[in-house]
Design a protein around this ligand. Structure first.
Ligand SMILES: Cc1cc2nc3c(=O)[nH]c(=O)nc-3n(C[C@H](O)[C@H](O)[C@H](O)COP(=O)(O)OP(=O)(O)OC[C@H]3O[C@@H](n4cnc5c(N)ncnc54)[C@H](O)[C@@H]3O)c2cc1C
Length: 403
């Protein structure tokens, strides 16, 4: 059981103006973050319109894995928020909203060197401190639970209570359930300002007015809200195999390398260690990934990176040699300078909220971000304390746009 992140009764933003009972809210970006915000706002009675430059889940949310994982998170606010988010996913599954999309499953962390064994032990202590169940495993115990593992794997840890949900399916369902209006192929060119307040957005089709604007546009948020120098793209390449099983997932849970944890903890290990995850999908296929290529925005895959990932994956789980590769693809994570998402009111522009920079954790965190942003927009009691993600930590965020 996780310890809650202080869902206390504070207002996260001082009410800056009178809001009508059913405020008109424009959300820029129909990825998983925009969709989750739309869901909570619509449920509370707001009139919600999402605008997307392309289509729902056209960005990272449609080109990712779907680990709803506390096991993998950096200790501190990210781990605590992931714990809350996973609880919301469970509730959505129990309520029938995501019963066919979210499922619980364990995560298996594995180590190939003594240094990696230490990384996993640290992660285990941090997880336990949060109240998470963990089960340290020797090589023999891992082999018993995951037959077919390679002999280079020294030890590992089972984290039983994680889950999985494919991002594009969650987006689709949340938009459907929210009943929000979605405007496709409608890139927002800039914000509309009046008397120092954001009063809407400008699109190629003309201006749209609103009581509140929320920018949840991934990398596209940069230019709109003054975050160009703070957001950074990080490409991830993924490989999909054919089915290893015709009756559900071929392994009880994903195999996640200590290198992946080290990347999240911003540690550099002594030997080159790929941040590898071998994810058994419910279809019986494997999803193998992924690279972390900072500064790359293109969605191409390349032979060098794909072959490195496959070589590492085969060493960890030689049984993969029986599979065919049927597809490769890449998505772009959006990181931030300090490694934390940016969520909350714009520091100087009333009427504007930001929710971006989720990097590799947005599928997992989306429900908690959605609820927290809805509370801020509606000036309601905060269910979650996300003050550590406040955009104001980067200063005034001056806009580079003309009005
Ligand atoms: C390879 C890979 C693996 C991943 N695996 C996981 C995982 O296992 N678990 C996990 O939790 N997370 C994972 N992630 C991270 C996750 O996918 C992202 O954090 C999440 O999808 C971000 O969602 P978002 O809504 O912020 O952005 P996006 O999904 O990128 O949505 C932004 C939307 O804004 C639109 N847009 C941009 N600019 C404009 C504009 N000017 N006007 C209108 N619309 C605009 C775009 O078209 C896009 O649809 C992974 C990511 C990658 C790349």
């Amino acid at each position: 059981m996780c310890i809650a992140t202080a869902p206390n009764c504070i207002l996260q933003t001082a009410p800056d103006s009178f809001l009508p009972t059913a405020p008109k809210v424009l959300i820029v970006g129909a990825g998983i973050v925009g969709a989750a915000i739309a869901y909570f706002l619509a449920r509370a009675g707001a009139q919600v319109t999402l605008l997307d430059a392309k289509a729902p889940a056209a960005g990272a949310s449609g080109a990712s894995d779907g680990a709803v994982s506390v096991a993998s998170k950096r200790p501190g606010p990210m781990m605590a928020l992931a714990c809350e988010a996973r609880s919301l996913y469970r509730q959505w599954a129990e309520q029938g909203i995501l019963s066919d999309i979210y499922h619980s499953r364990p995560t298996y962390l594995f180590a190939r060197t003594d240094e990696e064994v230490a990384v996993i032990a640290h992660q285990g202590s941090d997880l336990m401190a949060l109240g998470e169940r963990i089960l340290p495993l020797t090589h023999a115990e891992l082999m018993q639970r995951v037959p077919g593992l390679g002999r280079h794997v020294l030890a590992g840890m089972k984290v039983p209570d994680d889950g999985h949900a494919l991002g594009y399916r969650v987006v689709d369902r949340l938009l459907q359930v929210s009943g929000a209006q979605v405007l496709r192929h409608t890139p927002v060119q800039r914000l509309a300002l009046s008397d120092g307040r954001v009063v809407g957005v400008v699109t190629a089709q003309g201006p749209l007015v609103a009581d509140v604007v929320v920018v949840a546009a991934g990398l596209g948020s940069g230019a709109l809200v003054g975050l160009q120098d703070i957001l950074m793209p990080r490409k991830g390449q993924l490989i999909v195999t054919d089915r290893a099983s015709l009756s559900g997932a071929a392994l009880p849970g994903p195999l996640m390398s200590a290198g992946y944890l080290a990347a999240k903890r911003r540690m550099v290990l002594g030997h080159s260690s790929t941040s590898l995850v071998i994810d058994p999908l419910a279809t019986g296929q494997f999803l193998i990934g992924s690279s972390r290529e900072t500064g790359f925005e293109d969605r191409q895959t390349d032979i060098q990176t794909v072959s490195t990932l496959l070589r590492e994956a085969l060493a960890v789980y030689p049984a993969l040699a029986r599979q065919r590769v049927i597809r490769t693809f890449a998505g772009i994570r959006i990181g931030t300078r300090d490694g934390l998402p940016i969520v909350g009111p714009h520091p100087t522009l009333p009427g504007l909220f930001i929710a971006t920079g989720m990097e590799g954790d947005g599928i997992c965190l989306a429900p908690v971000i959605g609820a927290a942003v809805a509370d801020m927009v509606l000036q309601a009691r905060a269910r979650f304390d996300i003050s550590v993600l406040n955009p104001g930590r980067f200063g005034d965020l001056p806009l580079q746009q003309t009005h």
